[in-house]
Design a protein around this ligand. Sequence first.
Ligand SMILES: *Cc1c(COP(=O)(O)O)cnc(C)c1O
Length: 461
Amino acid sequence: MQKRSWAEPYKIKMVELLKMTSPEDRRKAILAAGLNTFLLRSEDVYIDLLTDSGVGAMSDRQWSGIMMGDEAYAGSRNFYHMRDTIEAYYSYKYTVPTHQGRGAEHILSKMLIKAGDYIPGNMYFTTTRLHQELAGATFVDVIVDAAHDPDNTMPFKGNVDFDKLNALVDDVGAEKIPYICIATCVNMAGGQPISLRNLKELRVWCDKHDIRFVHDMTRVAENAYFIQKQEIGYADKSIQEIVYEICQLSDIATQSSKKDAMVNIGGFLAMNDAVLYEEACALVVVYEGLHTYGGMAGRDMEALAIGIVESVQDDHIHARVGQVEYLGQRLMDHNVPIVQPVGGHAVFLNARKILPHLRQEHFPAQALSAALYQESGIRSMERGVVSAGRDKDTGENYMPRLELVRLTIPRRVYTQAHMDVTAESVVDVMHKADQVKGLRFTYEPELLRFFQARFEEINPA
Ligand SMILES: *Cc1c(COP(=O)(O)O)cnc(C)c1O
């Protein structure tokens, strides 16, 4: 019998109506947004693939949890439920809630980094690296080279290259490295997973050098899916078991709960070290809120506790990544150049190949993202030179090898038909790619510039 395809392990109880727009409406809207999809109004968007952050559909159980919010200033019941769920599913004993992932990164960086330190990581993430730099550290990329090659189809492109890690220790000394920050299912590499074998070797390496192991666990469930599917010895383990095993290898975790854990807002910093936890409690009151709510409402902590459990169910994650793989396959069927293998949360278009006539300093991925919106009202995001920002010492643009447009799939929100329309629109843009013009800044913010930058077309017709 033929293998059955995945299908959603849920049915739809409520729908949100979308506005349909004309090409003229969309041209007006994208120009008003300075050709930056972050500055579009959501109501002018048809299919919103800007991000998977905070835009997932909560379940009826999570919405019931919202009604069970205990909005006490201190010691909310929902905090204890969330904390106990984190310990049961992720292994970490102590939890400090934060308003979202970057709140946790901020506190962590302040606690552990001294000026002049180095933080190795498996590729940078925008907010993560910025908090490390603001605390005085230099980020060092130690991901395998394959991660920077969109055509390399090797599995586990999120793995760490130990030669790079050892070279860093030789160079600066282990005492200048307070921790290594490892992301599961590396966002900036295209949602590429790290293997459990690599994680286990990292644990040994960290013990040998007395360096702490920090886990950016924002996408841990999606990472577990790839381990179950591709790593020898894990086919019979559940996603829940694999997630737990991953977490147990690390000392500290940050999570943006707006991704895998399917809440609209929230995050946390978790750890096993009681002394460090006390320090985190002292800082969270300054920057987020009391240590039993840290920037989250009681109801949001309840929805998170429930979301964590739902996020590690096999049926859920198979349908979630299955939908992303479906979109990737449709694009590949039409020879659209995308990052391979397709990652856990998004399909990344290779803008260099789609727009070969644009040089990187004219922001091909930014231009492609604006063109796709004009074509069909689909909102995507640039992940290339604009996102990479400038070197804090030289002021020069970082010129990443990857110049990508990200089509990010929100969890449990869109249907297969939406994926079909998306693929068809990308193909249509690709067929008139030579009409897409390069861009230049009309406004460039200093930090995290991709969020609010504005552009104009070079040589507008
Ligand atoms: C989204 C994200 C963050 C930052 O979290 P926010 O909730 O957006 O502040 C950090 N790391 C990774 C891998 C992420 O995807």
